[in-house]
Design a binder for this molecule. Sequence first.
Ligand SMILES: [Zn+2]
Length: 359
Amino acid sequence: MKAEMNTAMKTANYSSEAARWAALAQRDAQADGAFWYSVSSTGVYCRPSCGARAALRKHVAFHDTREAAEAAGFRPCQRCKPDQPPLAERHAQVVERACRLIDASVDEPDLDSLAAACGMSRFHFHRIFKAHTGITPKAYAAAQRAQRLTTALGQAGSVTDAIYAAGFNSSGRFYAGAPARLGMTPKAWRAGGSGEAIRFAIGACTLGAILVASTARGICAILMGDDPEQLARDLQDRFPAAELQGADRGYEDTVAKVIGLIEAPGVGLDLPLDVRGTAFQQRVWEALRQIPSGATVSYAELAARLGIVAGARAIAGACAANPVAVAIPCHRVVRQDGALSGYRWGIERKRALLDREKP
Ligand SMILES: [Zn+2]
C-alpha cells in the first residue's frame, strides 16, 4: 500500500516531459520507477538514473511503463538493467541471501564463496554487505554464532555440548573467541553467578567512572569507563544470575582502596581477588601479576614465558577478558615495537596508568 502511494507520488512529480528530461540530465535515481526512456539511435531503453552517455533530446522518448517501451520495440539497456528491480532492491536481496547462507552454515563461510554465491566480486560484495548492514560479513557471522551460543548455553547439558551446538569445532577455538563476546567464561555464564550476592559501588576517579564489585571471597570486578550506567550494565551482563546489591557504607573502604590503586597503580592492591576464568586465562592473569610496576612486556614475550607457541593473540584475548582492571595489570602488556596497542578500558587510560608508574 505504501509502495503504491510512493509510486503514485513519484509519477506525479515526473508527469511532464520537461520534468522527465531534467531528471535525465541529473541521472535522478528518485525518478527510477516513475518512468522509462528510450533512445531511437541505439534501440535501447533505460531507467532515468542510467549512467550511459547522455542521448540527444531528439532521439529520446518517454514511457510510463517498461512494458510500453518494450512494446515500442526497444531492448533493455545492459548497463542499467531497466527490466530488473532497482539496484537498491537487488542489493538488499543479495545481502538477504548472504545472511541466510551465513545463518545456515556451521562454519563461518569465507568471503570468496559468499561473493560467488551472490554473483559478485569479493570486493563489491563486501562493500555492499557493509553498506546495507553496517557490519562486515565476518562480524555478522561472529554475532550470529555468539547468539547461537548464548541460546545453547541456556539449554545444553554441558558447556562442551553448547560449544558444538553453536557450531564451534573445538573448544580451543571457542575459548579464543568467547571471552571477548560473552564477557565471561562459559561455565560462569551458565552459572550466571547464580545464587551469589555481589556487592558493588560506582564512583569516580581521575580516569573517569569506576565500578567495584565483590563476592564474599574477594573483588570480582573493577570496571572503568565514561558512562556509569554502562558499567552497571556490564556488571549485570557478567553476572546475570547474581543478586547485585548496591553497596552499603561498609563497602566504602574497599572502593577507596581500589581508587587509590588507580591513582597509584605501582603500589598494588592489598585485597583478595575472586576472579574466575578458564585455566588458560588464570595462567595469563597470574603471569601478569608478576610484571613489576614500571615495566612492560610484549604479548609475544609473555607468550614465550608461558611456553605458548605463537600465542600472542591468545594472550591478548586473556588480557581483554581480565575482569579486574589495574589489580591484574594487563595495562603493562604492549606490542613488540613498544606501541600501546589495545586496552579493554580505553587506550588513553592505559597511557595514563603507565605514565603514573614511570619510575
Ligand atoms: Zn541504461
